[in-house]
Ligand binder design. Structure first.
Ligand code: PGA
Length: 265
């Protein structure tokens, strides 16, 4: 089954003013251009989500750009100070949400159970979801990478199942080894491909071979113009979730272009 290359730019807590966000979003669309076969998703801070969505929606005729939230809550409304609902994310014009990023898991205490609830709620609301998983350095060194990513994926599988089987079409899994995020240490092509292949096999086993062969599994963790080509060429890498390099439009465009030979497989 063909898997369209998917590249997400996670701006994290950067470019949160209207002017800065608009400038970067415009620069990204200009650098990536209209002919990219990849699906490009930009996740700015919530304060500027509607502005970035507006810039990207204006570009849809020429390319495939969409805005994404970096997180959302599982409830639609209520006494949840500081949170944003999946429905409110959609209302900004964004179509995607990133859920379970390792910074949410480690700094903000999101457990597999919380991530699962959020995945279900976001999908039910009609959002597309980039769900993140990945092991810490300690877990890798102790040989438990497979156990950790399978446990996290099992919980995603349960979350998607609660939203309905057709929700798989709206999921991208981002495998991001925590030790490679923002550290400049990238997983070797062998390490990345190995985990991606395990994950596809796990989904085939637990869900179906059809879902597994259509599922996009993106890699994240210090993806840069200098290493993206080698990673993009790997059989089970269907895209990237990019942090630091997504803040530089020209670098991000090189990363998007690295998947161009794969997008119409
Ligand atoms: P990085 O971040 O590219 O800066 O390592 C990736 C991410 O956190 O998604």
């Amino acid at each position: 089954m063909s898997r369209r290359f998917w590249v997400g730019g996670n701006w994290k807590l950067n470019k949160g003013t209207g002017a800065a966000a608009k400038e970067l979003a415009q620069a990204v669309t200009a650098e990536v251009g209209g002919s990219s076969p990849a699906e490009v998703v930009i996740a700015p801070p919530t304060t500027v989500l509607h502005r970035v969505a507006e810039v990207l929606l204006g570009q849809q005729a020429v390319g495939s750009f969409a805005a994404s939230a970096q997180n959302c809550h599982s409830a639609s409304s209520g006494a949840f100070t500081g949170e944003i609902s999946p429905e409110d994310v959609l209302d900004t014009g964004a179509q995607w949400v990133i859920i379970g990023h390792s910074e949410r898991r480690t700094i903000f205490g999101e457990t597999d159970a919380i991530v699962k609830e959020k995945v279900t709620a976001a999908l039910r609301a009609g959002l597309k979801v980039c769900a993140c998983i990945g092991e810490t350095l300690e877990e890798r060194e102790s040989g438990s990478t497979k156990d950790v990513v399978f446990r996290q994926t099992q919980s995603l599988i349960e979350g998607v199942a609660e939203a309905g089987a057709d929700a798989w079409a709206r999921i991208v899994i981002a495998y991001e080894p925590v030790w490679a995020i923002g550290t400049g240490k990238v997983a070797s092509p062998e390490q990345a491909q190995e985990v991606h292949a395990w994950l596809r096999g796990f989904v085939a086993d637990k869900v179906s071979t059809d879902v597994a062969s259509g599922l996009r599994i993106a890699y994240g963790g210090s993806v840069k113009p200098g290493n993206c080509k080698e990673l993009a060429a790997l059989e089970d890498i269907d895209g990237f979730l990019v942090g630091g390099a997504s803040l530089i439009a020209a670098d991000f465009a090189v990363i998007v272009a690295s998947g161009s030979t794969k997008s119409h497989l």
